[in-house]
Ligand binder design. Structure first.
Ligand SMILES: *Cc1c(COP(=O)(O)O)cnc(C)c1O
Length: 421
């Protein structure tokens, strides 16, 4: 495959954009491909190469790229204006749709990104409980704001994970290992009356794909309820991906608050905080907890979200989940044939492989994987027309547009990649 034009653009871009990109994960070595367009399950680069896309914009594009009905509806909205600064009826329509689908959602505040959503949800939890500490899980990603940019090291007051984040901003963030009941119990007991919330990705999607063990989310629901701690599900990935009502519907555990992003905008930028009315109502102006945004409830994103969610029917999810099974079964068969003892983690349309023979159930076990090997795997897949996120610690996603032919081609590429490891 020839990447000459991408190389040229990359060499130019590093002069103007830090690392040549607008978000760090996009900068893989030796240089990323530059996109020309994307359609359905495929993404096309400026050199004329075509890839089956499992990155899907890091999650949002469950509908497939440039979905026709979303494009059509969006075109109409563009004619009607793109930012108003006053409310519009469509915000009510999308809020009702979210409330219809999501068990914990009685009220919604729209914002512009997952980062904004988790930042505001944490502020809300602190505001309504009058407590300051928050518990998060090692390896969990909740966006790029200070309180959650915390270095791992369980059970300790958080140390900043980036220069520029003051210790004061992270000292109330406590890390615990995922899938560990004892650790959470101990932290809550040690910090009696100080913990405002537990924030969790119900399926860890930022260390690959790590599902909760049976009963773990239910345990968290119970211990938080007993201790006047709010349980926040960060469903920026799992929301509208795992099922109509997200991970909380899939696992039958209802949190107090939920955060959304990625899929909710139909492919346009969006975020949302939803949950129990008594909490969400505390946001200004009905309450006193500040939360605001110029583009919040942006008509293009809201309209895209309405058009997008229309496509996400029961049948859509059934088909999508079958594709996930098909892919994982295929991967598993190849690994068995090659006598390789790797871990394939996945739930429904989320999948990741770890190059280790250890079970992967938290951040420490995810780190046992050969992540250099993973980069080789990534490049072999790319050379064979398959684009996955360039990191062991990301997840592969499926869209409604991935065909059986796409999946079979992908499995062929994976077989080559596994053999070359
Ligand atoms: C992507 C992501 C975020 C951040 O969302 P942005 O829209 O990138 O700000 C937050 N939480 C989780 C679980 C995510 O995967």
């Amino acid at each position: 495959m020839n990447f000459d034009k991408s190389k040229e653009l990359y060499e130019d871009s590093v002069n103007y954009l830090p690392g040549g990109v607008d978000s760090p994960i996009r900068a893989f070595k030796p240089y990323p491909f530059f996109v020309e367009k994307a359609k359905g399950s495929k993404i096309f680069d400026v050199d004329g190469n075509e890839f089956i896309d499992y990155c899907l914009g890091y999650g949002p594009i469950i509908y497939g790229h440039a979905n026709e009905s979303i494009v059509e509806e969006s075109r109409k909205q563009l004619e009607l204006g793109t930012a108003y600064g006053v409310p519009s009826e469509k915000e009510i329509i999308l809020a009702k749709e979210v409330i219809d689908r999501v068990p914990c959602a009685e009220m919604v505040r729209f914002c512009n990104s997952g980062t904004e959503a988790t930042m505001s949800a944490i502020r809300l939890a602190r505001g309504v409980t009058g407590k300051n500490k928050i518990i998060k899980f090692e390896g969990a990603y909740h966006g790029a704001h200070d309180a959650v940019l915390v270095k791992s090291g369980s059970g300790m007051a958080g140390k900043p994970d980036s220069p520029g984040v003051p210790e004061d901003a992270t000292k109330n963030t406590i890390l615990v290992p995922f899938n560990d009941e004892e650790a959470v119990t101990k932290i809550i007991n040690d910090n009696k009356d100080d913990v405002a919330c537990i924030i969790i990705e119900p399926i860890m999607g930022n260390i690959g794909c790590v599902p909760p063990r049976d009963g773990y989310l239910k345990f968290l629901r119970e211990i938080t309820a007993e201790n006047n701690i709010l349980l926040i599900f960060d469903e920026v990935i799992t929301g509208f991906r795992l099922s109509k009502g997200g991970a909380q519907q899939h696992y039958h555990v209802t949190p107090d608050l939920v955060t959304f992003g990625k899929i909710l905008g139909g492919g346009f930028p969006i975020g949302a905080i939803a949950g129990k009315r008594e909490y969400i109502e505390q946001f200004a102006p009905s309450g006193s907890i500040y939360q605001a945004g110029t583009f919040s409830g942006n008509p293009v994103s809201i309209n895209g979200g309405i058009a997008g969610l229309k496509l996400l029917t029961d049948k859509f999810y059934n088909d999508l989940h079958d594709k996930g099974e098909y892919l994982r079964n295929g991967m598993s068969d190849i690994l068995t044939d090659l006598k390789l003892d790797f871990q394939i983690n996945g739930v429904e349309s989320m999948t990741q492989v770890y190059f280790t023979d250890n079970e992967v159930y938290d951040y420490d076990t995810a780190k046992l994987s050969d992540s250099k090997g993973f980069l080789k795997y990534f490049h072999t897949l790319l050379d064979n027309g398959v684009f996955i996120a360039p990191s062991q610690f990301e997840c592969c996603f499926l869209s409604g547009q991935h065909s059986t032919e796409d999946l079979d081609k992908t499995l062929e590429a994976m077989e080559i990649a596994f053999k070359e490891l």
